[in-house]
Structures are given as structure tokens and as C-alpha cells.
Design a protein around this ligand. Structure first.
Ligand SMILES: NC(=O)c1ccc[n+]([C@@H]2O[C@H](COP(=O)([O-])OP(=O)(O)OC[C@H]3O[C@@H](n4cnc5c(N)ncnc54)[C@H](OP(=O)(O)O)[C@@H]3O)[C@@H](O)[C@H]2O)c1
Length: 307
């Protein structure tokens, strides 16, 4: 089954009442979204692992969605200490991944996930052990596809060399106010701060290797002020978003979503809002036809520089 270009990330779903979670799911299904992103650790509001996946599993039951009609992706490989919300460790051991996947399947109320991503690069990872884990999951039918998250090209190549299956996805933070995956590429051979290559040219690498980039937290400002749309702390960006919303007869949320979707790498957009009205506006972004100059004007209004 093909996953939609836009995904709903359910990281924040644990905080919702059961009926509200079903309403969110119903809203996005009605707008053609069939792709859902979760992780074993999502449950920060509830203070326990798997809580968001469990709430999403309830929403699936309540909406009556047919399992085979949707694409569920989960992530594993981080252990959280919910007392302080921080990571205790990254853990890519076969034992941890197996136990985590079993608990995720139970929380989601399904016997397979369409895709599983290794959530963060574990400095203690052994590629052969990781490949054994993935082979076992695929052979047992509990996992269909594999990907990674927050990894650079060398880290992906190291794992790919041991895996029998293709790494299909790298999930990375990307949005108007978080653009490292495109910035350094414009500053090659320059000595300014933007020239620092923090991600090893992951975007051209992914395009060469047929790896789909997924954009997480696409509406976050990366500051303590949270999301940027409609936020008075970011007046220049919001002036431009509003100008383009008027120009295209849509909303600022749709324009901000369209900015990510405009990229020819066919980046998938992982939305995190739990507000049905806002989600609907963001999904509208799929139909907005930005012009090339619109894309650059938004990039600059977000505070980025063209060298
Ligand atoms: N791979 C990774 O390491 C990683 C890390 C983080 C997240 N993720 C994935 O990415 C997904 C999305 O992340 P995210 O939730 O941070 O995404 P996001 O869409 O950037 O942010 C969603 C949050 O911002 C608020 N928000 C968004 N637009 C707003 C607006 N116009 N006005 C006011 N508030 C607004 C939402 O509030 P409302 O709910 O009230 O709209 C919600 O709290 C997660 O669910 C998860 O699946 C992956």
C-alpha cells in the first residue's frame, strides 16, 4: 500500500480524551491521509511509553478504520526516563528492539506495522545485530519496511551494508524555521556559520539512494516560543505567510505546509497538530501551487540568508 504524502504524527495524542483522538483520526482520514507515524516512547504527557500508540489504537477501533487501509510507521531505539523526560540511553540491541516492538503491537492493537524506523543513531550500534533484528521481524510478518531517523549518510551506509532490505526513509527535522538539510549546501567553500555541514549532505544523498525524507516538527520555530504560524514573535515570517495566503486564496497554515511539499525531493510531511481545524488547513497545503519565488521569499522571511 502507498503511504500518503502527508502523515499524521501521533506524538501528542496521549494527551487527548479518547473521543477527541477518534475525531482527529476521522478528520485526517476524511482528507485522504492514510499514513500515521508513532514511536514506542511517545507518551510524554501520560508519563509512560506506548501511551500515544495505545490512544491511537483506541481511535482506530472507535473510527472503525480498516487496518489494511492505513500505513502505520513506528520508531524504536530510545529508552526514556519519564521522571525527567530525558533519554536514559539509545538501545539498538536485538533484545530491546524485540521487546519494544511487541509492546508497540499490543498498544496499537495490530499484529504488524508497515514500517519501523530506528529513532536515533546509537553510538553503540552493531549493524549485523540490527540487521538480524530486522530480518527476524520481517520473517515473522510483524514489520514490512525499514527506515531510520536523524541519521547522516555514513550512518545509513553502515547499516545498509548489513541489511538485506533497502532503508526507505530518513525522518529528519525540516520546516520553514529549521532548514539545516538545505542551508549548508548553499554555502559550500564559504567560511560563514551556515557553511558548517551538520548533516553530511543528507538531502542529495537521500535523493541519490532513493530514500524518502520525512519532515518532523514542520511547524516548530525551534525556539521556546513553539509553533511559528500566527506567532507574534515571528512578525516578518507571518507577514509573508499571510501575504501568500491571500495570494493563493488559502491560510498561513496551508502555505507553511506547501513550503515543505514544494521541494522536488517529494519530502513527506509529518504533522503533529491535534486540532482538527488546524490539521485541515495544513492538509490544504497539498493543493497550493507555490511559485518558485514564493518558496524563496518564505525562506528569507524565516530569517535564512541566500549567500
Ligand atoms: N523522528 C524524530 O526524532 C521526531 C521528533 C519529533 C517529532 N517527530 C514526529 O513528528 C510529528 C510532528 O511533530 P510536532 O508535533 O512537533 O509537529 P508540528 O506540527 O511542528 O507541531 C505541532 C504542535 O505545534 C502546535 N501548532 C502547530 N501549528 C500551530 C499553529 N498554527 N498555531 C498554534 N499551535 C500550533 C500544535 O498545537 P495544536 O495541537 O493545538 O494544533 C502542536 O502542539 C510527531 O507527532 C512525531 O510523529 C519525530
Amino acid at each position: 500500500m502507498n503511504a500518503s504524502r502527508i502523515a499524521l504524527g501521533v506524538m501528542r495524542m496521549d494527551a487527548l480524551e479518547r473521543g477527541d483522538a477518534a475525531n482527529v483520526l476521522d478528520t485526517v482520514l476524511g482528507r485522504g491521509v492514510n499514513f500515521f507515524d508513532t514511536a514506542d516512547i511517545y507518551g510524554f504527557g501520560a508519563g509512560r511509553a506506548h501511551a500515544s500508540s495505545r490512544k491511537f489504537g483506541m481511535a482506530m477501533k472507535d473510527t472503525g478504520v480498516v487496518r489494511s487501509d492505513i500505513f502505520i510507521q513506528t520508531k524504536f531505539g530510545i529508552v526514556i526516563d519519564y521522571a525527567d523526560g530525558g533519554a536514559s540511553r539509545y538501545d539498538s540491541s536485538i533484545q530491546h528492539l524485540g521487546e519494544s516492538l511487541d509492546r508497540e503491537l499490543d498498544a496499537l492493537g495490530t499484529d504488524y506495522v508497515d514500517s519501523v524506523l530506528l529513532h536515533r543513531p546509537d553510538p553503540l550500534i552493531d549493524a549485523d545485530e540490527f540487521a538480524d533484528a530486522i530480518d527476524g521481524f520481517i520473517a515473522s510478518g510483524t514489520v514490512r519496511h525499514v527506515g531510520v531517523s536523524n541519521m547522516d549518510p555514513r550512518q545509513i551506509e553502515y547499516l545498509q551494508a548489513s541489511l538485506k532490505v533497502h532503508i526507505q526513509v530518513d525522518q529528519l527535522q525540516f520546516g520553514l524555521m529549521h532548514t539545516p538539510i538545505i542551508d549548508a549546501g548553499m554555502h559550500v567553500n564559504m567560511s560563514d556559520a551556515d557553511a558548517v555541514n551538520r548533516e553530511g549532505d543528507i538531502l542529495p544523498y537521500a535523493r541519490l539512494r532513493n530514500i524518502t525524507v520525512q519532515a518532523w516538527s514542520p511547524f516548530q520555530s525551534g525556539t521556546r516560543y513553539g509553533a511559528f504560524v500566527g506567532n507574534p514573535h515571528f512578525p516578518e515570517l507571518n507577514r509573508e505567510l499571510d501575504r501568500q495566503a491571500r495570494k493563493h486564496g488559502t491560510t498561513a497554515n496551508a502555505v507553511a505546509a506547501a513550503w515543505v511539499l514544494y521541494h522536488p525531493a517529494m519530502i513527506q510531511l509529518v504533522l503533529g497538530s491535534m486540532n482538527p481545524g488546524r490539521l485541515s488547513q495544513m492538509i490544504d497545503g497539498d493543493a497550493v501551487q507555490l511559485e518558485r519565488q514564493d518558496w524563496w521569499d518564505l525562506y528569507k522571511a524565516a530569517g535564512h540568508r541566500i549567500p
